[in-house]
Design a protein around this ligand. Structure first.
Ligand SMILES: CC(C)(COP(=O)(O)OP(=O)(O)OC[C@H]1O[C@@H](n2cnc3c(N)ncnc32)[C@H](O)[C@@H]1OP(=O)(O)O)[C@@H](O)C(=O)NCCC(=O)NCCS
Length: 181
């Protein structure tokens, strides 16, 4: 099992994962049309979406304010040559991400869930963050997303607090953890 940069050689299993409903935590599954677009020019998708150079242009966040975009590296979790899931490592935090988004976003393809992949992938991501000389990671998970916060706790995440978001009327709770590197 390894964490690698997105690569065209994993196209088939990545597209299959999208069809099965793979998505990253902060996103939602891609539509049939979006998947067809990605498949049509996969190299352009990699180049323009996943491997694009850092663009600091401020981005609108869920609280309705603009924040400088955070630098982010995407890694794919590969096992036996197949795409299993993805991890985004944000190497710097803006005020919004410090509040809730954190340094890491991840998702595992539905058919591979509950097999320990998020836990193992997060352990590999922690090694990458150490190599980049980061000293701690903030991770946030919805309280109802048990798999997400359990994977964080299994990687020695220390709970800082549980918050609700002023702009989110559903009142759902988020658990904020730090992992010391
Ligand atoms: C959250 C997610 C990444 C978990 O991935 P996973 O590979 O299934 O997680 P793991 O197999 O490492 O499971 C970690 C622990 O959580 C438990 N768990 C996983 N999913 C669970 C669920 N739906 N309900 C209850 N427990 C769950 C596992 O059993 C394991 O605990 P255990 O070792 O005590 O049995 C995956 O469900 C997913 O991709 N969800 C959609 C995207 C998302 O929510 N991303 C996270 C937010 S950024």
């Amino acid at each position: 099992m390894e964490l690698v940069k997105p690569d065209i050689k994993y196209k088939d299993s990545f597209i299959e994962a999208l069809r099965e409903g793979f998505y990253l935590g902060s996103q939602s599954p891609k539509s049939v049309e979006e998947i067809a677009e990605i498949e049509k020019d996969f190299e352009a998708f990699l180049r323009n979406k996943l491997l694009k150079p850092y663009d600091p242009t401020p981005r609108l966040r869920d609280d309705g304010k603009y924040y400088p975009n955070a630098p982010q590296i995407t890694y794919w979790l590969i096992d036996n040559g197949r795409f299993i899931g993805a991890f985004n490592l944000r190497t710097k935090l803006n005020d919004f991400l410090m509040y809730v988004g954190g340094n890491v976003g991840y998702g595992i393809t539905p058919k591979y869930r509950r097999m320990g992949y998020a836990t193992k992938g997060l352990a590999l991501l922690i090694s990458k963050a150490r190599e980049l000389e980061m000293d701690k990671l903030l991770l946030a998970a919805k309280e109802k997303n048990i798999g997400s916060w359990k994977a964080i706790e299994k990687n020695n995440g220390v709970l800082e607090n549980i918050i609700t978001l002023p702009w989110d009327n559903s009142g759902q709770k988020y658990k904020r953890y730090w992992i010391k590197l």
